[in-house]
Design a protein around this ligand. Sequence first.
Ligand SMILES: *Cc1c(COP(=O)(O)O)cnc(C)c1O
Length: 364
Amino acid sequence: MQIPANRLDLAFCMHQQEYEQKALEVLRSGFYVMGRELAAFESEFAAFTGGQYCVGLASGLDALWIAFRLLGIGVGDEVIVQGNTYIASVMGITINGATPVFAEPNERFGIDADRIEALITPRTKAILVTHLYGMMTPMNKITQICRTHGLKLVEDCAQAHGASYAGRMAGTFGDVGCFSFYPTKNLGCFGDGGAVIVKDAALAEAFRVFRNYGSEKKYCNSVVGANSRLDELQAGLLRVRLRYMEELTAEKSRLARRYAQGIRNAQIRLPEPAADTVNVWHQYVIRCERRQALIDNLRAKGIGTQIHYPIPPHLSQAYRYLGLRRGSLPVTEHLADTVLSLPIYFGMTQKEQDYVIRALNAFE
Ligand SMILES: *Cc1c(COP(=O)(O)O)cnc(C)c1O
């Protein structure tokens, strides 16, 4: 049996007619940027998260860097971020000239709240929390720290559409919740897309102005902005997908539960969600000290896997200028050396999953 690490076509096929109908509707409408579909998606996605305002943007990275820009964070400022995040989180900080200060993650892949306060300096301006792999980070202690120290809080929810802690959804805890709709994400579009969720009306308006060349009114530009708009085609297709999010998330939970119940191998450590969280299983990430042997073993059986992520941001060439060496973040580095993402895609069959489970259990 051949099982790819991921596939995206099946989620499209599940609601093919509706996607095709929406695409035709937009193509025939004559409006392609900043129209009805965007406005409708923004209010529907805000309602989905329980957040106040949604502003559609061109990507998740744009959501991040524009968030820090509009929060006034730049040169000379520090932002605390977990070492094991996707590199785009860090770029959102450094594009503005601010400095990332890396915190070690805990056993659940999230930022270790107990290690944050030791990293706070007079230059610290914000904390960026990534709900990595769809594993929701418990936010109580972190919001407390932000209040005590007067720090901004930004959430990277690119992998966590619909995840929640204590009944509240990812993206609604901080000043800005940043989302990506890149095709591999649980709420994925058919190209690039992103959005922010914000509480503050003035900040929401600042995003709306910034994404459109800093113009409040046509040809009246109040600030130097960007071109970062979620186009009508993507917004329309996202509206279709959003209608099925509950169903899609339930499917991922079912797949995750089957892995948790079926995998029995002392060499494999399963992901453990924190108490009072709902995880959305963007990825199903196991840990194995003999990872390369496991990858080879699975590949020989036709099973694809991925590593999210093999090189942590602080060790990537892009961030060599920070001067952090191997050994500076041992927990992060050990995760990078041992994590492995199993196939967990929409439309994965029970037979396929049983095959993966049998292969994992046979690994010695
Ligand atoms: C995908 C992703 C991003 C970037 O989103 P894009 O839409 O690809 O720019 C940022 N952070 C995390 C954690 C992601 O998974």
